[in-house]
Design a protein around this ligand. Structure first.
Ligand code: EPZ
Length: 417
């Protein structure tokens, strides 16, 4: 199993670009099933989760070509409506194909996507909403056999939690339902807006994406579209955390600063200097960070749960104490145990973690157990004295494209072995 070997305490400096957003690419790839036509996606990140989606699309009969950041998918040849366990289990977000398959073919079967490292990942909100759109769901020992006996019809759907995936599944399914669908308490993440932009360029009629209420007027057919995927705000937050962990100074290009609002204010509270210049951020960090008082993860536009782990890796050796409250996932502190091996002082109690900054971290052999936890270990290792070896980087490859090259170009001593 490959590992990343990092020799810490090298100040990062220079420029880096942010690649396309994983959490935007994945739902849009599923939505390419709707049109039975060719879609062209630019700025698509080269990640193992994207490969997982491509494998599903090809299994279903689509033609997919992916070269140099541009993905061309023609879903005309769709000839299956079930996804086997092996492909479903490759990644949690494969549940997003359910709405797309039902909208295109009127039936779908797939197994429960399964939990992942950060929590049980239930899909009750997805299933309840789809049944309100007219979907019959039979749970046959963990395999969902779904069909649409009288076609899809618009509905008023109120989400008990602003679930990103459930909002996306509803938008995809409702875009070709008969009549109007109104989602209240919808997720407001930028990736929701990007999906709506793609669907509208396919001919859908969606308004209000990014606000709490999304209105979808169903249309009869959609065509393929050309779309550029937004930059990945969590990758941007992670690269800035890498820089801050080394007291470095970098410029990040090709991002949307307004998507990072809650994160940038925490970095400024830590004593970093953030200068926004169009789609770039010039970022300068002090030798030792000041611990932010409290980090509470919330649905967008609050502090993103995906940035909790990288930021924890960054402030482990800050001056002061930080209270983390993880409100989104049940089990998202798997990286804490590994940070302790590097000398961090963090205590976890349920959804609360208290981090007391230490003078310095030392390199260690550590293992990642989830995607953003892997990022936390990389961030900490960059700011630790001596050599670290980070295992479990298959998780890292799910969401970060070629991160060792990006960090090496910024002056980090990072090698994949
Ligand atoms: C998306 O996951 C992202 N993944 C996650 O990013 C992100 O952390 C999350 O949104 C929150 O922003 C993708 O977009 C592929 P949710 P998703 O539905 O859709 C509970 C990463 O690191 N819930 O908003 O699964 C759920 O258990 C990943 O890139 C239900 O109870 O998130 C969780 O506690 C990790 N029932 C909370 O809601 C449901 O039916 C948020 O889940 C659905 C969700």
């Amino acid at each position: 199993m490959s590992r990343l070997v990092i020799n810490g305490m090298k100040r990062l400096k220079g420029e880096a670009s942010v690649h396309g957003a994983k959490n935007s690419a994945l739902p849009i790839l599923a939505a390419t099933l709707l049109s039975g036509d060719e879609s062209i996606l630019h700025n698509c990140p080269d990640l193992s989760d994207v490969s997982g989606s491509i494998n599903i699309l090809r299994y279903l009969g689509c033609d997919v070509e992916f070269n140099g950041g541009t993905l061309v998918c023609n879903s005309r040849g769709l000839n299956r409506n079930s996804i086997p366990n092996s492909l479903m289990r490759e990644m949690r977000s494969s549940i997003i194909f359910l709405g797309a398959l039902l909208a295109r073919t009127g039936s779908a079967s797939m197994c429960f996507p399964g939990g992942c490292e950060i929590g049980p990942r239930p899909i009750d909100l997805h299933l309840k909403a789809l049944s309100q759109l007219g979907v019959e769901i039979n749970d046959d020992h963990g395999v969902f056999k779904c069909y649409v006996p009288n076609g899809l019809s618009g509905a008023k759907i109120s989400l008990s939690f602003p679930s990103v995936g459930a909002t996306e599944n509803i938008m995809i399914c409702a875009s070709v339902a008969e009549g109007t669908t109104v989602i209240t308490n919808a997720a407001r993440e930028p990736e929701i807006c990007d999906l709506a932009d793609y669907l509208n360029s396919c001919g859908a009629n969606i308004s209000g994406a990014g606000e709490g209420t999304v209105v979808i007027d169903g249309v009869s057919t959609l065509k393929g579209a050309r779309h550029t995927i937004i930059p990945d705000r969590i990758v941007a937050a992670t690269l800035l955390a890498c820089c801050a962990s080394t007291g470095g100074r970098i410029r990040l290009d090709h991002l949307i600063p307004s998507h990072l609002g809650a994160v940038l204010s925490i970095y400024e509270e830590c004593g970093c200097n953030v200068s926004i210049q169009g789609s770039s951020i010039c970022f300068d960090s002090p030798q030792r960070l000041t611990a932010p008082k409290i980090i509470r993860t919330m649905p967008y536009p609050g502090f993103p749960t995906d940035a909790q782990a990288p930021v924890m890796g960054m402030i482990a050796k800050s001056k002061g104490t930080t209270l983390f409250i993880e409100n989104i996932f049940e089990n998202r502190y798997l990286h804490v145990g590994e940070l302790l091996r590097m000398g961090a002082n963090i205590k976890v109690e349920g959804k609360v973690a208290v981090s007391q900054g230490v003078e310095c971290l030392h390199g260690a052999e550590v293992d990642a157990m989830d995607l953003r936890g892997a990022a936390a270990l990389i961030v900490a290792a960059l700011g630790a004295e001596g050599r670290s070896a980070v295992g479990g980087i298959k998780y890292l490859d799910r969401g970060y494209e070629n991160i060792e090259a990006v960090l090496s170009n910024l002056g980090g001593d990072v090698k994949r072995i």
